[in-house]
Design a protein. Structure first.
Length: 177
């Protein structure tokens, strides 16, 4: 006769299952993803980050998940990353996003981002109709369950009105040689 499972054993099994999902890398979310394009972001002559766009769909399709991987080349505070993201979302929205919504998204980004230094790898995963997941290295940092936020956030790089159209073309693999 097998002994009954103790509540502690059941709890530990459940904790291990949850922990393994929390530690899953972003690549497990995008099976078959390949690099679509790469580029560098520079400002005032300084290297800021190298970027890679990953997807199983080529060309990139708005109804397919993708990952944007940023490998930072210098130290930048979380607050500066959040501020720059909010400013770009605001600029691209043409006033269609309320101040309250922007403030809520700012709070979500504060939880999603970290202070970075040279070599830090941040990856955002776009999940159509769901939202976005943010990873530091291979570890899940935070998930935002808001499809409108995800579209606005990734629009910073992929919207045709982006501040860096050359980087957009490089990421989408449409840059002319």
């Amino acid at each position: 006769m097998t002994p009954p499972r103790s509540p502690l054993r059941h709890f530990l099994w459940l904790l291990a299952l949850i922990g393994s999902q929390a530690l899953a890398s972003w690549q497990e979310t995008l099976p078959g993803a390949r690099i679509i394009g790469t580029g560098e972001f520079r400002m005032f002559g300084f290297d800021i980050y190298n970027a890679r766009l990953w997807s199983a769909a080529r060309p990139l399709a708005s109804d397919q998940p993708f990952a944007l991987e940023l490998i930072y080349q210098r130290r930048i505070s979380r607050d500066d990353l959040v501020r720059a993201s909010v400013d770009e979302i605001k600029r691209l929205s043409d006033g269609s996003i309320s101040a309250g919504q922007l403030a809520a998204w700012q709070a979500q980004m504060q939880q999603s981002f970290v202070d970075v230094e040279a070599g830090t790898r941040l990856t955002g995963v776009y999940l159509p109709g769901q939202g976005a997941r943010f990873y530091v290295g291979q570890q899940l940092r935070y998930e935002v369950n808001d499809p409108q936020f995800a579209q606005a956030f990734f629009g910073i790089w992929l919207d045709p009105r982006t501040n860096n159209p050359e980087l957009r073309e490089q990421l989408l693999g449409t840059a002319k040689p």
